[in-house]
Design a binder for this molecule. Structure first.
Ligand code: NAD
Ligand code: WQD
Length: 343
């Protein structure tokens, strides 16, 4: 049975990917500092999969601790989710983002090289594209991230490409996620943001569950059919399956680093998301129309053709499924993972 090490595996996307990996028969070790997550997520992953992954509470930047885990686990491949991910925080404190994300990746790659582990799947982001010239966006589109978070992702992609070029025994996939939303259909794991949610779907869920009175709707004057911005929302379980497909493909692509867009290929407007969430939750979901959020773009959706041809992967779950599954999580965990310990 192949063994994989999942950095950031207690987080939102990592935990869902752990469920998919365990279901596919992998031995899974999670390496996570729990800086933005809870060990309760790993318990819930174990409950869903019937097998709890090993959890090492370790920071990726701590080289000797990371190396100890590698020596014990001897993974065949690494999925690297760990990192900081807030766009506004990265604008406010760019050096923290560069130091944290680049150092984590550099330490991890160094340990991998020393331990002879040369297969990696990296969590990149559609944010590396910035404002697109053409839609849908292919992987060959120019990359010009508009914030330090996106720049840190692009630099890590470059770091991985250079490592692969230096030693053709490596193979790597960088997955550019569009807008990950939803939850495992069991409702036992899901997104659990700290503080005020920065993203649309978690904010709407907290309105539905009564934690916030109304959604601030940013921008109703975009050049789109209903005036609100369009994004490519993709179900987190589709993403999880995309990681399995990418992992399986690594063996047949030695000496290569390939980037793949993981999205549905379709845009949905903010008003369409609100309508779908109303349908799923039965809640009126009031909103307040505000001006555009600084830094936002009008439209972004993926050309996911390369992932389909090369990995045999496509995102099949619809917006209604994303809302239904996200609500299964939020309605049963109104305070996120803290709800698990409530009587
Ligand atoms: P998350 O914050 O829920 O998960 C990240 C996990 O990494 C957390 O469990 C956190 O505790 C851990 N972590 C952070 N720094 C660490 C370190 N130095 N060492 C060990 N663990 C560390 O985020 P997520 O939404 O699951 O995102 C996972 C990855 O996907 C991130 O790299 C993120 O940049 C990327 N991504 C996310 C989105 C999105 O919208 N959620 C979109 C595109 C890309
Ligand atoms: C979607 C739309 C908002 C919140 C971000 C990151 C990106 C990637 C995914 C990591 C926009 C509007 C939002 C709210 C709103 N993450 N909105 N009220 O900005 O497309 O992408 O997450 O890699 O890097 O930038 O997603 O969910 O924040 O916004 O009206 O309270 O919803 O203005 O039009 P975004 P989002």
């Amino acid at each position: 049975m192949a063994s994989v090490l999942v950095t950031g595996g207690a987080g939102y996307i990592g935990s869902h990917t752990c469920v998919a990996l365990l279901g596919a028969g992998y031995e899974v070790t999670v390496l996570d500092s729990l800086a933005n997550s809870s060990a309760a997520a790993i318990d819930a992953v174990g409950d869903i999969a019937g097998r709890r992954p090993r959890l090492d509470v370790v920071d990726c930047r701590g080289e000797s601790a990371v190396e100890r885990v590698f020596a014990e686990v001897r993974p065949d491949a690494v999925l690297h989710f760990a990192g900081l991910k807030s766009v506004p925080d990265s604008v406010a404190d760019p050096l923290q983002y560069y130091r944290h994300n680049l150092e984590s990746a550099a330490v991890l790659l160094s340990v991998m090289a020393r331990c002879g582990v040369r297969r990696i799947v990296f969590s990149s982001s559609a944010t590396v594209y910035g404002e697109p010239d053409v839609l849908p966006v292919p992987e060959t589109a120019p990359t010009r991230p508009a914030n330090p978070y996106g720049s840190s992702k692009l630099m890590i992609e470059q770091m991985i490409a250079d490592v692969v070029r230096s030693d053709p025994r490596w193979s790597a996939a960088v997955l550019r996620y569009f807008n990950p939303v939803g939850a495992h259909p069991s409702g036992m794991i899901g997104e659990d943001p700290e503080g005020v949610p920065g993203n649309l779907m978690p904010y709407l869920l907290q309105v539905a569950v009564g934690r916030r009175p109304r959604l601030p709707l940013y921008g109703t004057d975009y050049p789109t059919p209903d005036g609100t911005a369009l994004r490519d929302y993709v179900h987190v379980m589709d993403l999880a399956e995309g990681h399995l497909a990418a992992l399986n493909h690594l063996d047949s692509a030695p000496g290569q680093v390939q980037a793949y867009n993981l999205g549905t290929g379709q845009g949905a407007s903010v008003l369409e998301v609100i309508a779908a969430m109303r349908e799923a939750t039965g809640h009126p979901l009031p909103y307040e129309e505000l001006g555009r959020r600084p830094g936002d773009i009008s439209e972004l959706w993926a050309d996911p053709g390369k992932a389909s041809w090369e990995l045999g992967w496509s995102a099949d779950r619809a917006l209604g499924d994303m809302c239904r599954d996200a609500w299964a999580w939020q309605s049963t965990h109104p305070q996120g993972y803290r709800s698990r310990s409530l009587p």
